[in-house]
Design a protein around this ligand. Structure first.
Ligand code: AHR
Length: 501
């Protein structure tokens, strides 16, 4: 058994979590759209061809914002191909994923779908092969009420009211050599400034996201952020971060420690953004948008064997294990912990491609292991995040140094008088005895202890065994005089819910 302590003070509120921290991402990639959210002819399809079994799961996750339409896909996209009468839309090669894009599902279909899902949209624009003019046209089409060429075109497409999309990503991963139209930091920074300036003239209320690095492992990180932000600081509101955890061989301890890397990545970007703020003498503090994050490695090899130029290929079909769900849980904890600066984040992605929801064409939909930590965080994590003081034993990781066995954060929902502790026990073989002192909240009562664990860390859910890894509740938590004692099973995700008087 190992032992760890947590101390919480009512006064130590770090930030109110922005609901958009629990966002997700849908790209025209693999079976995310075709055979994922859209499958006319499927027994559950509605009048728009949207799978209602998938819609129900997305609603269950309570995703407040969804990034669309890419990803790498967006960087050569002509969005105009995806609007107007379907029979007139061109089939086009999608060079990013070497697939065929039939454009039978496009911009307006997605906005209709997201409304049914109860989600706002974070729209990404193509700054790979395109520039300022197209960015303005797209925003005009989506957001102008009427009386301009593009807004009247939208109205002629049967959408009289503007969408009022607030959040716009100025390109995608423009630092990545794999990106169509990738750029130097200088070229991208200038372009982002130009686009940002134009869009803010269009509507100063838009929230604009500049591309940060594609990951902390990029050679140009964090110089990219410093150069880009120096050029566009006053014209944007967020800088993006992307990160995908990957297991190397059998290195479970290293894989489970990936969130330590995310924590450092976030802190470096905050420091870089604040350095630029000082340098350009700005009053504005930039926020962070971790608009792609997840675990991604299971399908990497398989994907090299997929034949190009089909629609809806089985790309990025990662099948997630219990261990992956713990990494996702740790990422969620780190994101919540940084909610003062990380205002938006998108689990990449949502359906079939590196996703919590899987489907078969003409078959069922089911929940992957990673569905559950996301579901719990989205449901119980909307409130004030507390500075969570943790004392935990550590293990040594060659790359990262000390890694605590306990990853944890506490969130207080004042309206519901509920305090929730989210915890991961990283130990593969030891139960973790957790003691928590809860100060300044009045009397706390135990409500529920939800656990996701499995004796096999490699256990997965599948079409035939959709409920192999599902959360349950355990009774190892007691609370007396606001001192909590609990036992967290080895390799487990825990949600300890307390009710305040
Ligand atoms: O989410 C999959 C891909 O990962 C996205 O298209 C790209 O932006 C990132 O590299």
């Amino acid at each position: 058994m190992i032992h760890a302590n947590i101390t919480l003070y009512r006064e130590l509120v770090k930030a109110r979590i922005d609901d958009r921290l629990f966002g997700a991402f849908i790209e025209h990639l693999g079976r995310a759209i075709y055979g994922g959210i859209y499958e006319p002819g499927h027994p559950s399809a509605d009048e728009d061809g949207f799978r209602t079994d998938v819609l129900a799961m997305v609603r269950e996750l309570g995703v407040p914002i969804i990034r669309y339409p890419g990803g790498n896909f967006v960087s050569a996209l002509h969005w105009e191909d995806s609007i107007g009468p379907v029979e007139n839309r061109p089939r086009k090669p999608d060079l990013a994923w070497r697939s065929i894009e039939p454009n039978t599902f496009g911009l307006n279909e997605f906005l209709r779908w997201s409304k049914k899902a109860g989600s706002d949209v974070m729209m990404a624009m193509n700054l790979g092969t395109r520039g300022i003019d197209d960015a303005i046209n797209l925003v005009d089409y989506c957001n102008h009420p009427s009386g301009t060429w593009w807004s009247d075109l939208r109205r002629s497409h049967g959408i009289p009211e503007p969408y009022g999309i607030k959040v716009w990503c100025l390109g995608n991963e423009m630092d990545g050599p794999w990106q169509i139209g990738f750029k130097t930091a200088h070229d991208y920074g200038k372009l982002a400034a130009g686009v940002g300036k134009a869009l803010k003239l269009f509507d100063p209320g838009l929230e604009l996201v500049a591309c940060g690095s594609s990951g902390p492992g990029m050679q140009t990180f964090p110089e990219w952020e410093a150069t880009v932000l120096e050029l566009c600081y006053e014209h944007v509101d967020y800088v993006s971060l992307h990160t995908y955890a990957r297991k190397h061989g059998n290195d479970s301890p290293g894989f489970l420690a990936e969130s330590v890397n995310l924590d450092r990545y976030i802190r470096t970007v905050i420091n870089t953004a604040d350095y630029v703020q000082a340098k350009v003498r700005s009053k504005k503090q930039l926020m962070l948008s971790v608009d792609e994050w997840n675990v991604w490695y299971h399908s990497l090899d398989e994907d090299t064997h997929i034949k190009p130029w089909s629609t809806g290929p089985r790309l990025l079909h990662d099948i997630y294990t219990l261990e992956d769900a713990l990494v996702v849980g740790c990422f969620l904890i780190v994101l919540m912990r940084h909610a003062d600066r990380v205002r938006m984040a998108c689990l990449a992605q949502l359906v079939n491609t590196i996703a919590p929801i899987m489907t078969e064409n003409n078959g069922p939909a089911w929940k992957q292991t990673i569905f559950y930590p996301f579901f719990h965080a989205s449901l119980y994590g909307r409130g004030e995040v507390l500075t969570t003081i943790i004392e935990s034993p550590v293990y040594d990781n060659p790359g990262l140094g000390d890694v605590p066995f306990l990853e944890a954060v506490a969130v207080f929902k004042q309206e519901e008088k509920e305090l929730t502790l989210f915890c991961v026990n990283r130990s593969p073989d030891e139960e973790l005895v957790l003691k928590a002192k809860i100060k300044g909240f009045g009397e706390c009562r135990f409500r529920e202890h939800i656990v996701l664990s499995h004796q096999d860390p490699g256990a997965v859910n599948s079409r035939n065994t959709p409920a192999r890894v599902v959360p349950g509740t355990i009774k190892t938590t007691r609370i007396e005089n606001n001192s909590l004692e609990s036992v967290l099973p080895p390799l487990s995700w825990n949600v300890i819910r307390l009710k305040l008087k």
